[in-house]
Structures are given as C-alpha cells and as structure tokens.
Design a protein around this ligand. Structure first.
Ligand code: XIL
Length: 349
C-alpha cells in the first residue's frame, strides 16, 4: 500500500529557485511559458501543477489557440472559446498573456489560403480578423504578435497569401488596423512583430529593424519585436551577439521580448555534453535579456519535453529542448536560467 501511494504521488519539481519571482525582482515583467490547450497538457496534473506555480511562470502565450484556423475557421464566423480557455488558465494563476498571433502564413484555414482574393477583399478580411480578435480578447491580452514571421533570411518577404494579393504593404497595414482596434478598446495593448533568426546581427535582423521603421512611417503603432529564440545545441548566438541584436532593435525605441525560447539537443536522450551546451544556450539568451533594459520579458516555448513542438521523430532526431524532462524533473538548463537572471556565473554550463 505504502509503495503504491509513493508511486502515485506526482513527482513534479516545483522547488526553489523560482524563475518568475527572480526575474521580477530584477525588474523584468515576467519569466513565462507557452502552453497549448489543444494537447493533453491541461488535463495532466503534474504539468498543470508546475504551470500554475506563479513563482516559476508569470506569463503565458497560447501556442495555438488564438491562431487564425482556430479563431476564424470559416469567414466571419469567430470562435474565441479556445483562446478564452488559455486566458482563463492564465488568470487563475495571475499570469499575463502574450496573445499570438493575428497574421501569419501558417495555421490558416483553407478559406484564406484558397480564397479567390483581390487586394481589397483580402485587406478587408484581414482587417476584420485583426479587429475582431483585438476587441474580442480586449485587455486580457498584455500584447499581440500582430504579424508573425514575415521575413526570409535574405531580408525579403516570405511568400504567402497576403504578400501575393496585397504586397509588402500588408505588414504595415496590419499594424494600422491593429492600432485602430487597440484605440477602440481603450486598453493599453502592446503590438509586437515576432520572428526567428533575428537574434544575432544579420541581414534578417536589419530587415526586422527596417520593418519597424516602415510600420511607423504608416502612422501605425509598434511597441516591440519578439525574438523567438528557437535554438539547438549546434546553433545559438552568444550573449554578446544577442545583446547586439537587441540593441539594433532597441535603437528604434521599441522593446524586445524573448518569445519562444527552446534549445534542442542533437539527439535524445540528451548527452551529458549536450545538456551542458543546452544550459549554455539558455544562460546566454537569458543573460542577454537581463543585460538589455529594453528586453522586458522572457518566455519559453512550453516547459516540458513531453509536450514540446520539437519531437525527434519529426526533427531529424533532435529534441528534449525544454527546461523539464517528460517526467517533470528539471534539466540543468533550469539552474542556468536562474543563474543568468541573478547575474551569477553558470555552474552547469
Ligand atoms: C508551433 C506550435 O507550437 C505547434 O503546436 C504548431 O503545430 C505549429 O506552431 N513559431 C511560432 C509559433 O511563432 O507559433 C510556432 O508554434 C513555432 C514557431
């Protein structure tokens, strides 16, 4: 009997040190994690026990539930309920929500991708989507990623239905519509551009900076740029490189959020060497944000390997990128994140 009850006891690690508490004590808005109510996560007691611990996580981002295919599956038929579930979870443990995202080339319903559009009709559909979501979720959103991943590594615009039918102006126009919608809510909802491979100085980082300038030139508002920070043990920028990339964005007078941090091991289970490299990549990223006043919040793209979007079977064997193993114990990277927040040297790198 005794043994049985021991085995049944959840073994999730919610002990100190606490990442959100530490980040806030150092003046940041949060340390947070994405979550996904479209998976089994939210009925997983061990997962939820960690997620709901506001000392560990003070913010969440819906990994899927606010994307276009979930929120407007057929034209002008809005279903905000899945996103509202994420908001309810967040509110129950006092978390801020980064709402994600309004305009992206992926996870679009077929009426958008396969529509017979003109410039004017697609602009109207985009405006309707942006306006309805911003007003529908209202002040429950601390911020919105208005446009997501619009750029290629050479700085050109990613090909998608919006670029084809509207042209490059779809990006600043999306911010114009979002700005008007935010004004109508009367709430202070921050508008972000979110992308990957902009975390070191590069052609793409420059293109993102130029996009901020273009958005402003349309009289639209933009408050910040999200650095996704999807790294691996074979590629991650150093602290200095990330600080330089953040500085180039901050020079435009906007903030930075680290929005989707994870670091995949080259194979699973992670080797001892990979765990140390993974810890270094987390440490360097969090150190860059801590060293940059304009970097105001840090979010991991979920925290438990069990539910990571990077599963080895679909990522060439790479995986286990999160702060917790599938059994809810912690990677060494958890300690590294705490030490980076505290400005201590890394004991596990
Ligand atoms: C991912 C989700 O985590 C997956 O569940 C989904 O199948 C695909 O999208 N960049 C983004 C996120 O901005 O929205 C993506 O999320 C990961 C890459």
């Amino acid at each position: 009997m005794k043994e049985t009850s021991t085995r049944l006891r959840p073994r999730q690690d919610t002990s100190s040190p606490y990442l959100n508490t530490a980040a806030k004590a150092k003046g940041k808005l949060w340390f947070g994690s994405a979550t996904d109510t479209t998976t089994a996560e939210t009925s997983d007691v061990s997962y939820m026990t960690i997620f709901n611990n506001s000392n560990i996580f003070g913010q969440t981002t819906p990994a899927n539930t606010m994307k276009w295919e979930f929120t407007e599956p057929t034209q002008n038929n809005f279903t905000l309920s899945a996103g509202n579930e994420t908001i309810a979870l967040a509110k129950a443990s006092g978390k801020l929500v980064r709402c994600h995202n309004l305009v992206w080339s992926s996870e679009l319903p077929s009426w958008v991708t396969g529509g017979n559009w003109t410039n004017a009709t697609l602009l109207a559909a985009m405006e309707n989507h942006i306006t309805t979501l911003i007003q529908g979720y209202g002040s429950s959103c601390y911020s919105w990623d208005v446009v997501n991943e619009a750029l290629n590594s050479d700085g050109s615009f990613t090909s998608n239905v919006f670029l084809t039918n509207i042209g490059e102006a779809y990006v600043p126009l999306a911010y114009k519509y979002a700005t008007a919608a935010v004004t109508a809510t009367g709430a202070d909802i921050k508008l972000f551009y979110n992308d990957y491979s902009i975390e070191a100085l590069s052609t793409k980082n420059t293109a993102a900076v130029n996009l901020v300038k273009t958005i402003k030139s349309y009289g639209a508002n933009i408050d910040g740029v999200g650095f996704e920070s999807h790294f691996s043990t074979s590629y991650y920028p150093t602290t200095t490189q990330q600080e330089q990339a953040m500085a180039s964005v901050a020079a435009e007078g906007v903030n930075i959020h680290v929005t989707e941090l994870d670091v995949a091991c080259s194979s699973v289970p992670c080797s001892t060497a990979d765990l140390a490299t993974q810890a270094t990549a987390y440490y360097d990223t969090i150190s860059a944000c801590m060293g940059t006043t304009a970097c105001t919040g840090m979010t991991v793209w979920d925290f438990d390997d069990k539910y990571s979007w990077i599963q080895p079977s679909s990522n060439g064997g790479e995986g286990n990128p999160d702060l917790y193993y599938s059994n809810y114990t912690r990677h060494p990277a958890y300690t590294a994140v705490y030490e980076a927040i505290e400005g201590q040297s890394c004991s596990v790198c």
